[in-house]
Design a protein around this ligand. Sequence first.
Ligand SMILES: Cc1cc2nc3c(=O)[nH]c(=O)nc-3n(C[C@H](O)[C@H](O)[C@H](O)COP(=O)(O)O)c2cc1C
Length: 174
Amino acid sequence: MLELLQGRRSIRRFVDRPVEAGKIEALIEAALRSPSSRGRQPWSFIVVSDDRTLRELSLAKAQGSTFLAGAPLAVVVAGDCTISDVWIEDCSIAAIILQLEAQSLGLGSCWVQIRDRFHADGRSSEEVLRQLFGLPDHLRVLSIIGLGYPADRLPGHATEKLPFDRVHFHEIHD
Ligand SMILES: Cc1cc2nc3c(=O)[nH]c(=O)nc-3n(C[C@H](O)[C@H](O)[C@H](O)COP(=O)(O)O)c2cc1C
């Protein structure tokens, strides 16, 4: 796992190659194996691989979603706020597990933040997706994960650049 994480980067450029059905199944299985508070599993995932909808998703917010137009695959991550009060945490965990599984399959991915973000016309990005997919109000949209075979080979972050100063080892002195 550490080796996988040492090579992890967000990937926003993809080669023109579809993601195989077997890999999509593996991504979904990984996400569905995520832990969730009280085992309530409040998540919903919408798997998108058609160009038209990917282009619509790329316009979901004013900035930071445009790369989705060039992705062969995206997974919208949503949570039912009536099932869990901590749907944000549950969905975040599922999203990162999906991203790490993607990396282990040789795919690149990048998170697109939707919750609390806005479309260029002032609507919330969540509302844009709600209208696009006809989502009910209790289903809250957290993020979209864009995925595909990487066109960029970004190096993992150098160990010496990691913010070790954020880590504090608590010691009890008698
Ligand atoms: C909660 C969250 C929201 C993010 N939102 C976006 C986004 O909307 N668009 C985007 O291109 N990248 C987004 N990212 C990716 C970050 O920009 C990226 O993780 C960060 O720049 C560090 O780069 P790295 O992942 O390659 O280490 C997001 C990442 C996280 C964890």
